[in-house]
Design a protein around this ligand. Structure first.
Ligand code: PLP
Length: 389
């Protein structure tokens, strides 16, 4: 038999693939399943972006190998977008890496910075890809609990200084998956201070940067004075432009980290298909009304969910951003037992909080990933189980 390398044994199996399989099994029984478990945007990519790809496919230039680390026009496009949206200045040559979705960079940064045994601080609950990267690098994870009491922000004062001194890398993610929390300038300033004091590189995952609720406009970590000295931000087109299948993301900021990520990407991939890079540039340079429409859409969906929750007596705090609701499970249930019950008896898929870490226990994550009427139907079905109030 084939013997896998030790680094593979630390790799968790994809949590979402299990969810998808269970939802499919239920649907195969002929049930009308509403799948709100996975973070997969349900709307198509705006048509001007699709047209840009169609045009680019005809260009023989793009049939050849793309330049290592990508086309300069795409780097310019993301730099201009950051300047316009966040007032952040970036050097397109030294401070931008083009990625196959944010995901590859989030995994590669651990390989770039961690030696076996090095400590990485990760949020709990948190996005599971951070763990995979640390596992592949042979690093050691230490969890930063995110609790409702601290607005789902890590409490740096609670981290023992000896541990902080050992850490080489940390992940933060706002708007947050799974809790929906949003960070403010004060938190980012504290992050820069903590990271500089202890010599920790910061990876800020800004995948949901475009989605804020009830008038909140999420800010970028790179807006913080000193941010570029300590870290990078991961930015992706997946959610902002409904382009999850296109696999386009960026690492932006600290030139040393960006250089390392570009180096590793050069070895693995060379770069993305040029036609995709052309379409990605169109997304960033073209009309941004599609982003405003997307923000409005998620706001309507969120309101529909919370109105329905009120009707069934399910009490929860509203998220500040992302497209997730982080909902407490009724008493007597664990996150997994509740998610199982909801799938078996209401044909609704939600993600059990425990899948995001120990501190995710007691919650389920519900994605705003179906039209309003379906979301409302999902909550009413769960309500009919009679577990609330
Ligand atoms: N970060 C977070 C918190 C996410 O939820 C996701 C996708 O679900 C990603 C990063 C990865 O995005 P992508 O690889 O599509 O850019």
């Amino acid at each position: 038999p084939i013997q896998p390398a030790d680094r593979m044994t630390g790799l968790p199996t994809q949590f979402f693939s299990k969810l998808v399989r269970r939802a499919n099994e239920q649907a195969a029984k002929g049930r009308d399943v509403i799948n709100l478990g996975q973070g997969n945007p349900d709307r198509p990519t705006p048509s001007h972006i699709v047209s840009a790809l169609q045009e680019a496919v005809e260009n023989p230039l793009y049939h050849r190998y793309p330049p290592f680390s990508g086309y300069p026009f795409l780097k310019e496009a993301v730099v201009n977008r950051y300047k316009e949206d966040y007032g952040v200045e970036l050097d397109p040559e030294k401070e931008v890496a083009i990625l196959f979705g944010g995901k590859t960079g989030l995994i590669e940064i651990s390989q770039c910075l961690l030696n076996p045994g090095d400590v990485c601080l990760v949020p709990d609950p948190g996005y599971p890809d951070y763990w995979s990267g640390v596992a592949l690098a042979g690093g050691r994870m230490e969890y930063m609990p995110l609790t409702a009491n601290n607005a789902f922000l890590p409490d740096y004062e609670a981290i023992p200084p000896e541990l902080a001194d050992k850490a080489k890398l940390m992940f933060i993610n706002y708007p947050n998956n799974p809790t929906g929390a949003v960070a403010n300038a004060d938190f980012y300033a504290k992050t820069v201070e903590f990271a500089s004091k202890h010599g920790i590189a910061v990876a800020s995952d800004f995948a949901y940067g475009a989605i804020g609720f009830d008038g909140q406009q999420p800010i970028s970590f790179l807006q913080t004075p000193g941010a570029k000295e300590v870290g990078v931000e991961f930015y992706t087109l997946s959610k902002t432009y409904n382009m999850a299948g296109w696999r386009v993301g960026f690492a932006l900021g600290n030139p040393d980290i960006v250089g390392l990520i570009n180096l590793i990407q050069d070895h693995y991939y060379c770069s993305l298909f040029g036609g995709i890079q052309a379409a990605a540039a169109e997304a960033l340079n073209g009309p941004q009304s599609c982003v405003t429409e997307l923000q409005d859409m998620y706001q309507f969906r969120l309101d529909a969910v919370f109105n329905a929750m009120e009707r069934v007596g399910w009490k929860a705090n509203k998220p500040g951003g992302s497209f997730f609701c982080w909902l407490p499970v009724p008493s007597g249930h664990t996150s997994a037992s509740f998610a199982d019950l909801v799938l078996e008896q209401a044909d609704v898929v939600v993600a059990p909080g425990i899948g995001f870490g120990e501190h995710g226990e007691g919650y389920v994550r519900l994605g705003l990933l179906a039209p309003e009427a379906r979301l409302e139907e999902a909550i009413l079905r769960i309500g009919r189980l009679g577990l609330f109030g």
